[in-house]
Design a protein around this ligand. Sequence first.
Ligand SMILES: Cc1ncc(C[n+]2csc(CCOP(=O)(O)OP(=O)(O)O)c2C)c(N)n1
Ligand SMILES: [Mg+2]
Length: 591
Amino acid sequence: MSRQDLPQPEFGSDVVVNLMRAFGIEYAAMNPGATFRGIHDSIVNYGGNQHPELILCCHEEIAVSLAHGYAKAAGKPMAAVVHNIVGLQHASMAIFNAFCDRAPILVLGGTGPMDTTRRRPWIDWIHTALVQGNLVRDYVKWDDQPASVAAVPEAFARAYRLAMTEPKGPVYLCFDADLQEGRLDRPIPLPDLARFAPSSPPQADAQVLEDATRLLCEAEFPVILVESLIPYPRVVAALQWLAELLAAPVIDLGDEHRGRSCFPNTHPLDLSGAKKEILREADVVLALDVQDFLGTLAEVDKTTREVKPVSDRPVKIIGISLNDYASRSWAQTYLSLAPLDLPITADAGLVLLSLANLVEERLQKDSRTAARQTRLSKLRTRHQALRKEWRQTVERQRLQRPIAYSVLAATVWEAIKDEDWMLSNGTARGWAKRVWEWQPERFCGGSGGAGLGYGLGASLGVALALRDSGKVCVNLQPDGDFLYVTSALYTAAHHQIPLLTVMCNNRSYYNDEEHQEVVAKARGRSVKNKVVGIQIEGPAPDFAKIAQGFGVYAEGPIQEANDLGPALKRAVKVVKEDRLPALIDVVTQRP
Ligand SMILES: Cc1ncc(C[n+]2csc(CCOP(=O)(O)OP(=O)(O)O)c2C)c(N)n1
Ligand SMILES: [Mg+2]
């Protein structure tokens, strides 16, 4: 439906909804609140609850993480509407994750009335701030509170453009309750939206590309690192081509917490599993959209926090990213300052293709073809050995109880490999990346900000974006992360969102067991107490029952590997044929 389908706006909030529709916003995730009752009414009564359609969430953190997942799967923003300062405080964790993950979201809020003579006693006072956007200003790209309805179209158009301009990110727009609810005394024309499109991303200049080409072609052992590069098909193809031209191993750093993935694990140059060994040999590193240089090029002692480089060999680093456009001062999400020999501020995906063309041209005049052939064949052998080792691990752990992560991943793969699958969240501690036939464009990455409570909401956003695609969306869901936002299952059931959630249920906030063990050991104290305040036992939550209570098809707890395959088959059927959510609770090992 286009914006012409809507009648003339009568109230301020009708203008907001008119703009949402004009910008193609399909959904607005929300939890109700009276400061945006004007917008709420306009969505359901003026807009007919279509474009946008309300998605009811039981917590604002879920509303925003859902919009986060949607943005990654749909490549465009949806809205999350959050109630004044209380909803915004609940939403703040998820906004931070989206900021770190550079995901575009339109976070909309209500406030006030700012005119104190118009406030209801108590509630309108305690829930009004000056200025509400301050709460999240340090981790949104932009925020605004237009002071009149006439100012709303420009604010909205700017918000959309900034959210969608690289490096992308969430924006926050706040609407005074009076502004939303007031009757219009004159028409508010919408601008010609075609003239407010997001800017095209920056390319690198010709000289610097020549320099990068020379460095790469003259390297003895060039290595390519990718972390947050978005796996558009053209980018994945260009990356493979460049790696093949250079016979350069690729280390794909994207994992279940941050970044994306851009390289298929079946490619002979995928050496992600041998990161340290490969980096020890590197003399030139091409880092595409890498943020965590120190964490990649160095090792950390968990006890002493001492950081040591993985290699003593001098290495020249070419860094291509928009990192320097994304820093803010409050949270130091920019990480430690990396020494770069050739820093290039540009869109790495764009540069990649130009670079591959230049490298191809230069290598035609290069005499070291034989050396590259030898390197390629050695790397292929190492790649194959790694894959073999992982398959052997699955076989060795096949019948262990509790179920091993490797076996969980391999069994899920058997259940979905013939489907048009999408992995919305999680990797079963890296095992999906090892034992699946990994296609990077089918993985939506992690939270970005490592704020727990991301996985389920984000997965619902992915599955919502892909609801009509026939894809089977899979969420490999850790239990601790899930427990923050269990009520997202209600959204799944209520809106019939087809998502397969496989609980990686180690009955623990396991990551912290390791920390407590390290500290206890270093202090010569009792290691057995590491589980106190961390393991989720006594009683262990019954996730299948919880899901059933929300109206979601569920099975579990599954304890035996042999029971997992048949349960997954039934759940895939629910997701694929009935287009409904399903959850399988799998009790997993603590690694
Ligand atoms: C909001 C928030 N609270 C606490 C943490 C600290 N933290 C990091 S990992 C972790 C444990 C996660 O447990 P789970 O999701 O079950 O994954 P597991 O480590 O067991 O695989 C915790 C508590 C965090 N990152 N975010
Ligand atoms: Mg856990």
